[in-house]
Every structure is written in C-alpha cells, then in structure tokens.
Ligand binder design. Structure first.
Ligand SMILES: O=C(O)CCC(=O)C(=O)O
Ligand SMILES: [Fe+2]
Length: 571
C-alpha cells in the first residue's frame, strides 16, 4: 500500500512453518549422530582432544560430539521464569503452536540455521572414508530433508535470520553481547540458553553492513571481539585466533568509517543504525545511552508526501518499545465504554470499546472473538499461508518490507469466516459483504520472529492517483470499482510473547496485540482522500509469532452509511 519509503529488513523467506521444519531436521540429525557416537563408543568415552592412535576417527567423533552438545535443542522445554512447573504443564499444545514453538525464538533459529548451513555440511564432508555407517547417515538425512522440504546447506535461512536479528537489535535497543550469550531479553524462556559463536556475530554484523546499519554493525563486531578474546579453549589454535582478531578489527574500522562517511554525507536523520555523532570521536555506548532516554517529537505539520519521513522512523522505534508520544492532556480525554454501536444484534453482547486516538479516531475493542473462534480461523489460514505480496511496479511482488505470511479466507470457506464478517458489519455499521465487493476477502496474517510491516497507509491513494493527476486514470478505476479502502478492522488473533505492537507514528500511539481484541480506524477523509495521519506499522515480533486478520472495507458501497461529517465514529 502507500508508504514504505525505506527498504525493509528481514526478507519474508523463512516462514514459521519452514523454520519449524529446520528445527525438526536439526533434531533428526542430532538423533542420528547420537546413535552413531554410541555405536562407535558404546561407553561414550571420548577425550575432548584426539590423541588416540586413530586420530582421524577420534577427531571425527569429537566433532560429532561437539555438534550434539553445542546446542541444547528445544528439549529444555519452554519455561518462562517465575512460572511453576505445573503451569508449564498447562501450557497447551495449541498455545505453543500459535507462538511458533522453538521457531519463535530468533536466536535459537539463527543457531540452528547456522548448524544446518555450515556445521552439518562440514561434518558430513570431513568424515573419514573408513567409516562404513556414515554413508547411511548421510542418505537418511537427505531423505528427511526431502520429506521436510528444506535443504541443509542453504544459507538463505541464515541470511534472513541474521538480517532480522540486526533489525531487532537496533529497533528494540538490545545488547549485542547479551544476545551473543543466548539471551534475547531479560525474560528467560529456556532453562539452557543457546549462545552464539563469533562467526554468528560476524554474520549479523555483515548483514547490518549490507543494510547500511553501520552503528549496529559496530556493536556486533565489538561483541565479536569480546567473545573472541574470551575464547581460550585449546581447540582453537592461537594463530587462528590472532587471524580472527585481525579480521575483526579490520571490519570494525570499515564499519566506523562507513558510519562516519554516511553521517557526513547525509547528516543525522534518524536512519536505522546510524548515530548522531561520528563513532571515531564519540564512543558508541555513550551515544546509545543518550538515545535511550530521548523522546522524539511529533511533526507539527503533516508532510506533503505520503511516504514516511525520518521523524516517523524515530517515532516508530520509540512507540515499538512501548512508549507513548501523546500529551497528558490528550491522553486524559481518551475513554473506555460499553457500547452496542447502534446495532440491535450487539445489544445482547455489547462491546468493550477503548479510544486509542480521538482525531483521527482509532478505537480498539476488547474480548471480541473467543479463543475457539480464533483457533478455527488460524487453522483455516495456516495451510494457505504464502509470503505476503504487495502490488509493485512489476505486478505482485514478495515485499521485503512486509515480512509476514498471508492467507485469504473467502466467506464460502467456513461459517466462522461468515460470522466474523457479520460481526464486522454490526460493529462498523458498514456494508462488508465480500461477495458483493463491499469489503476485501478476510486476510489472515502470520508474522514470525522478526516479522514486521514498515510504516504505510492502507489506502491506495486512488483519489490522488485517479483525479489529482489532472486526468482520469481509467485502469485504476476499473481495477477498483468499489473504490479505495475506507476503513480497516484488524483482529489480533494471539498474544504475542514479546514485540509486535501496532503503532501510529504520526499520532504518537500504539496498541499491544491482545488475543481476541481488534482495532478500527478510517483510512479516508470524508472527501474520499486518504488520511495521511493514519500511517501505521507492525513492529517486529521479538519472540514468538503474531497472528492478525484484516477486514478492508471499500469506499463506494458506504455512500449511504458513512456519516458525511467527521468525526465518523460515534462517541
Ligand atoms: O500487524 C499489524 O499490526 C498491522 C498490519 C497492517 O498494517 C496491515 O496488514 O496492513
Ligand atoms: Fe496496514
């Protein structure tokens, strides 16, 4: 839709389902390796460093052992600190499924993607030729890869995860060294962390460099230096360690110089991963600390263009981190109420309504859909999820700036879809029959960890593009005979463990996803023009997954329904 002035970060390649299959493959490989080790060393007696008479077999087996031991897998069960064991038991399978299980952890996913892209191929190819059972293991792994439709050795997953980790680190002001130790935030979900290696940190830093997030790259490289200095294990020889040291300091110099060059050329505009002072003069940690407490200001005047501005980006980060940018005076005018919104149908089950913004009106609704309804919708959507498309210059494209997976559920799919559409009609007072073109087909979206949608507006600017250009654009009118998207109703289908807010950078407000709730706003002004104040974004999911569904309501069918004068939402 309109907006997306920046290129987004994480490519939408690795969906939750695909990542889950990667984790499964790693588990299968680990299982096969365990049996292999047991077969050759029944008593599992293996010196850490091979000194035996058959050095190649001993070295191989010690590498196998390392592969098994280095990653604790997800067998260390999902545990939130403070939760009793009993509660842990009660975490239903359903809950784990909707949160993506272990695939919802971007650090563990990165570790597994690296194991499959680098460690397993190295191990596979370096096995001594005398090992006659090794061939069978390789064949078995290949068969599982085929069945799971994922290829070990493919580094697109790894690249996507490195990129999204760099973005998560930047947007949520995370600490690279803390991440390197296997901790995403201060909430502990696993008994045993899955720490990163120096090469992982360099991978994230390179991804940051490629995205011109130079300050972010500097922080990851500094953390890599730190880890490298700590690595005193005898298995790494000191020459290799020194070489790595040199590489890291060279990369660091490049990142600092690139940061300072970009700053000098463009000035500080609040770009991703760029700090206001030259890094060669003011240390990164001081600048990061200063940024932490700084509250961005909202622009006094709306921009002339519809794309997002640097000030939107500054507000985005602040809002995604859970702060608000509205004044106390405005906040004091926001209300909650119980309402049937003029619908006879809703008198029996009035809605819990909460103002998010008064002008333009954005309202949220609580406890609107039940867990059972949402489970049905998610299971209907899951098999149909495809990488999100947006309309681009060359037709439909997978959008780098919309890292999520999408499914469309027509009214004919299931009675639950029809009942959601009925609720949408009662709640908005608008005509939303998708079969009649009054609204678009219900869209179900799943974001994995790192999944996000950069600031955009939901309208297509049909008004501007068809009328204001000075001549009528007939093809646009033909393509959208029912007009632009007058309003958005979005349902939150799960509780997102961390991250994933919906934020409005120009209104200075945000909403945290809450299972069963929904949010509604008008995209168009009474004139039919797009309301640019509705610029909004989906903050990246930090942990878990996020499910939402959208009802986009069309303009022309509402001629007799939409109030002609603002404010259009009844107070
Ligand atoms: O997921 C969200 O919070 C926002 C999604 C959105 O803006 C969209 O799908 O157009
Ligand atoms: Fe949107």
């Amino acid at each position: 839709m309109v907006g997306g002035g920046w290129v987004g970060v994480a490519e939408g390649v690795a969906g939750v389902e695909e990542l889950t299959r990667l984790h499964t493959l790693d588990g299968v490989i680990t299982g096969l390796l365990r049996a292999h080790l047991h077969h050759h060393l029944p008593e599992n007696h293996l010196p850490e460093h091979p000194t035996q008479s058959t050095p190649s077999l001993a070295a191989h087996l010690s590498h196998v052992k390392r592969y098994i031991q280095e990653y604790p897998g997800d067998s260390t069960s999902f545990l939130k600190e403070g939760e009793e064991e009993e509660e842990e038991e009660q975490r239903t399978w359903e809950r784990a499924w909707e949160e993506g299980g272990v695939a919802g952890d971007p650090l563990r996913s990165l570790v597994v993607a690296r194991r499959l892209a680098k460690d397993w191929p190295r191990l596979r190819d370096a096995a001594p030729p005398t090992l006659n059972d090794w061939h069978d293991i390789v064949v078995a792994v290949e068969a599982v890869e085929e069945a799971l439709r994922v290829e070990a050795g493919k580094d697109i997953y790894l690249e996507a995860l490195e990129e999204s980790l760099a973005y998560l680190h930047h947007l949520y002001h995370l600490d690279a060294l803390h991440l390197a130790r296997g901790h995403l935030t201060h909430t502990r979900y696993y008994r045993q962390p899955a720490p990163l290696r120096v090469e992982d940190l360099v991978g994230v830093a390179v991804a940051a460099l490629e995205e011109e997030m130079y300050g972010t790259a500097v922080e990851w490289l500094t953390a890599a230096q730190h880890l490298n200095n700590e690595d005193t294990s005898l298995s790494v020889n000191s020459r290799a360690l020194n070489k790595q040291k040199q590489h890291l300091s060279l990369l660091l110099q490049v990142a600092v110089a690139a940061h300072d060059d970009k700053l000098a050329a463009e000035g500080f505009k609040g770009q991703r991963g760029i700090y206001p002072q030259p890094l060669s003069k003011v240390p990164l940690k001081d600048q990061k600390a200063a940024e932490e407490g700084k509250k961005p200001t909202l622009p006094r005047q709306l921009p002339a263009e519809v794309t997002s501005m640097p000030s939107d980006h500054r507000a985005l980060g602040y809002l995604c981190r859970g702060h608000s940018l509205t004044s106390a005076r405005l906040e004091g005018r926001l209300r909650c109420r119980v309402s049937s919104r003029g619908s006879a149908w809703l008198i029996l089950m009035p809605l819990l309504e909460e103002d998010v913004s008064l002008d333009p009106p954005v309202v949220s609704f609580h406890r609107l859909l039940s867990d059972a309804q949402l489970t049905t919708l998610k299971h209907l959507g899951a098999p149909l999820l495809m990488p999100a498309n947006v309309q681009g210059a060359e037709g439909k494209q997978v959008a780098r700036y919309r890292a999520s997976h999408t499914a469309w559920l027509g009214g004919g799919t299931h009675r639950m879809v029809r009942s959601v559409n009925r609720l949408a009609a009662a709640l908005t007072g608008l005509a939303v029959d998708e079969a009649a073109g009054e609204a678009e087909v219900l869209q179900v979206n799943q974001y994995g960890a790192g999944g996000h949608y950069v600031p955009h507006m939901d309208f297509m600017a049909l008004y501007r593009n068809t009328w204001e250009a000075g001549h009528l654009n007939h093809s646009l009118l033909q393509e959208h005979p029912q007009g632009d998207r007058i309003a958005t109703l979005m349902f939150y289908m799960n509780d997102v463990p961390e991250g994933g807010r919906t934020v409005f950078p120009r209104l200075g407000v945000g909403v945290a996803p809450q299972k069963g709730s929904a949010i509604f706003w008008w995209n168009l002004l009474s004139s039919g023009k797009g309301d640019e104040r509705t610029l909004h974004a989906a903050c990246p999911v930090l942990r878990g997954t996020k499910w939402v569904s959208n009802v986009w309501i069309k303009y022309y069918p509402q001629v007799h329904r939409r109030p002609c004068v603002a404010p259009p939402v009844k107070q």
